[in-house]
Design a protein around this ligand. Structure first.
Ligand code: MN
Ligand code: MN
Length: 260
């Protein structure tokens, strides 16, 4: 089994609406390691495993420090789980992945396509990472699930970059294709319906249930080499509901990274 590194990225400076996700990584870990839940995935795999190393949290000064830190954490060929942070962190992470995985597929779960060419003049806004990833050719296939905010600009961007968008309004989880290359999963917590995950900056009703996302993750049968959990905003949470959901997803992602 390949080693797995966990990194926390304390960064929310590219959020267009509210700050808060910089505080998320440690609160997700706290929920996971509280006495509330055990450390087995639903598929019966323990995440108490010597192959997993948590490198802790990284304070970020400059946006592309995220790339430098990620490069260092995967230089020995480790797989990676990142706790964000706002969604802008995914571009520098994937940029670092490109050296190890020139052919990478991405499963992106989100209410938003995050495909803006720029947002309010910033090409690295949390509304833009997947435009940057696709224009650089860092993903062979980008599959988006849970989208419910497409506007004409982002629909045009999706077409331009040949993104496979599975919108909520006509979602059929069975229509999501199989992946052929090493897979990276990027989970924006606002992909869930705000009823399941109130602790996000952008409440967008009509979203995925916890069960739908878990089933989607369990259905993956290709090698998962990286994942991130982003946009958890503790300032907006209610009874730590979103922290516990993020912690559960962290556990299931670690199971997938371990090959189960
Ligand atoms: Mn997003
Ligand atoms: Mn989003």
């Amino acid at each position: 089994m390949k080693d797995i590194v966990i990194q926390g990225i304390n960064w929310d400076a590219k959020s267009s609406f509210q700050r808060g996700p910089a505080k998320a990584p440690d609160l997700i870990r706290k929920a996971l390691y509280s006495d509330s839940m055990n450390l087995y995935t639903e598929l019966g795999v323990s995440i108490e495993n010597d192959a997993i190393t948590d490198k802790g949290d990284f304070a970020i000064n400059e946006y592309f420090d995220i790339e430098t830190i990620t490069k260092k954490n995967i230089e020995s060929g480790s797989k990676l789980l990142t706790l964000g942070g706002d969604h802008s962190i995914t571009f520098p992470i994937i940029k670092a992945f490109n050296e190890h995985y020139p052919k990478l597929d991405i499963l992106h779960i989100d209410a938003h396509a995050d495909l803006y060419h720029d947002y309010e003049g910033d090409p690295f806004s949390h509304a833009c990472p997947f435009a940057r990833i696709m224009e650089n050719g860092f993903a062979v296939k980008l599959v988006q699930v849970g989208i419910r905010t497409l506007n004409p600009h982002q629909a045009a961007q999706a077409k331009k970059y040949n993104v496979d968008v599975h919108e909520m309004r006509n979602l059929d989880l069975n229509a999501i294709p199989k992946f052929e290359n090493p897979l990276y999963i990027s989970l924006d917590m606002d992909g869930f319906d705000p009823a399941f995950a109130p602790g996000v900056s952008h409440h967008e009703p009509g979203g995925l249930s916890s069960r739908q996302v878990l089933d989607l993750i369990h259905s993956i049968d290709t090698e998962v080499v990286g994942a991130d959990i982003v946009e958890y905003n503790p300032d907006r949470d209610f009874h730590d509901m979103t922290a516990y959901l993020a912690a559960k997803m962290m556990k299931e992602f670690l199971g997938k990274l371990m090959g189960n």
